[in-house]
Write a protein that binds this ligand. Structure first.
Ligand code: GLA
Length: 427
């Protein structure tokens, strides 16, 4: 297959310029169901994290990108206090009474928890929201570690608020400070309504992503920088194991508790620390022997991963400033950091699984793959790899055939464009 045709075949149907296509589909579905035009279509992207895994809830650093896979909500306001919701991808409908959201009704489908949570927290924090008619659809794979739930809660928050956003330029009207507030509110939905004590990364990138840029985010101060991703002849390839593990949420919460325990113990010798982010690699080495073995492994991974994010961002910046083609492309160093991140997640943090390790092993066997790692919470989901365009054909064939041979599962491969964050489109 010719290279460009191959790239196109790997891109999902809604890639490159297809956000408008999906948005118009959402609009049409809305019209078919409600017999009128929507007033807004809101669309929020999923994400892939390039490096900085399990560091966000340790007040550390992350470097995700927003991808061109979205959750779209077409909506209009209602005069009453009901939210009439149709989730087209799962073919389910549900109605909320905005004055009786808690406790969550026992028959509420799982996806509606995000809308119930968002509507509750918005109102409880003093926002006036109106009832809405809404259709929800999207193509962020569910439960694949690409943040479909953050995309859903972010799009829900903007949908409930859309009516109060000035008509002229709805997107610009959501200030950066407001986006940060909404990210925290959507994180609260996971904590209170879903039971996952997640960090702030997914919701922040879904709101603050920028096309062709990675988001270097300090999860303590929420200071951030959009770093240009000039990947040149390389692409970001995401491979979906298609496995999800039931224990993911409980193991995730356990890791968070283990890290907190580590901080508690380490603060005896390092007074003044409040999170693993405050500990340098050399300080950690001095004291690690005093920790129980498991705590040592978990905390050691996080301390090293924070350093890797800082190094990864520096290598990218160095590459962006490079004026001539050099033999030592800093991207190679970036790839090595991704590989080291995977090793730490597999051996020390122990959130990988056989299928994720297999995908990274296969990727390593392809010349032209400069870095590969699991991405997201782990225990299934996706890997992310940086692949030279000339190696894509081999990459695709080998990943598909080898993974299938060893697991019996057809993996999915997505070549993603790096997208802008959530937007509100006015009709
Ligand atoms: C999930 C959580 C994030 C983050 C990642 C792991 O995606 O929602 O907050 O902790 O796992 O890096």
């Amino acid at each position: 297959m010719k290279r460009d045709a191959l790239i196109d075949s790997l891109r999902t149907p809604n890639s490159l310029g297809s956000r408008p296509k999906y948005i118009s589909a959402a609009k049409q579905k809305f019209e078919a169901i409600f017999g009128a035009s929507p007033r807004f279509v809101v669309s929020a992207p999923g994400r892939v994290n390039l490096i900085g895994e399990h560091t966000d809830y340790n007040a550390g650093y992350v470097f995700p990108v927003a991808i061109d896979k979205y959750i779209h909500i077409a909506m209009r306001e209602r005069a009453d206090r009901r939210a009439v919701l149709h989730a087209l991808d799962v073919n389910e409908s549900f109605e909320l009474n905005l004055d009786a959201l808690r406790p969550v009704p026992p028959n509420a489908p799982t996806w509606s928890y995000y809308l119930i949570g968002v509507a509750s927290l918005l109102q409880e924090s003093g926002n006036k929201i109106a009832g809405i008619d809404a259709v929800i659809m999207g193509d962020v794979p569910i439960g694949a570690g690409l943040s479909s739930s953050a995309a859903l809660s972010v799009s829900a928050a903007l949908a409930f608020l859309a009516g109060s956003i000035p008509q002229s330029s709805p997107d610009a009207a959501v200030s950066e400070a407001r986006k940060k507030e909404l990210a925290a509110l959507c994180q609260g939905v996971e904590h209170e309504f879903v039971g996952v004590n997640c960090g702030i990364m997914d919701q922040t990138i879904s709101l603050l992503g920028r096309a062709d840029h990675g988001l270097f985010l300090d999860c303590r101060s929420l200071a951030y920088e959009h770093v240009p991703l000039n990947l040149g002849a390389h692409c970001i390839a995401i491979c979906n194991t298609k496995v999800k593990r039931e224990l993911a949420a409980s193991e995730y919460n356990k890791r968070r508790t283990e890290c907190e325990r580590g901080v508690d113990l380490l603060s005896r010798w390092l007074p003044g620390i409040s999170s693993l982010r405050d500990i340098t690699l050399s300080d950690f080495k001095k004291h690690e022997g005093k920790l129980p073995a498991l705590t040592q492994k978990r905390c050691g991974y996080v301390v090293a991963e924070n350093t890797r994010v800082l190094d990864a961002v520096s290598t990218l910046k160095a590459r962006n400033q490079q004026t001539s083609e050099k033999v030592d492309d800093p991207l190679i160093a970036f790839g090595r950091l991704m590989n080291a991140s995977h090793k730490g997640l597999r051996d020390d943090y122990e959130v990988s699984c056989r299928e994720l390790d297999l995908l990274t092993d296969i990727a390593h066997s392809v010349d032209g793959v400069i870095g590969t790692r699991m991405t997201g919470a782990g225990f299934g989901g996706c890997t992310v790899s940086i692949v030279h365009r000339d190696a894509l054909e081999t990459f695709r064939t080998r990943v598909t055939s080898e993974y299938h041979k060893q697991t019996g599962i057809e993996p999915e491969i997505y070549l993603c464009n790096v997208s802008n964050g959530a937007q509100v489109f006015n009709y």
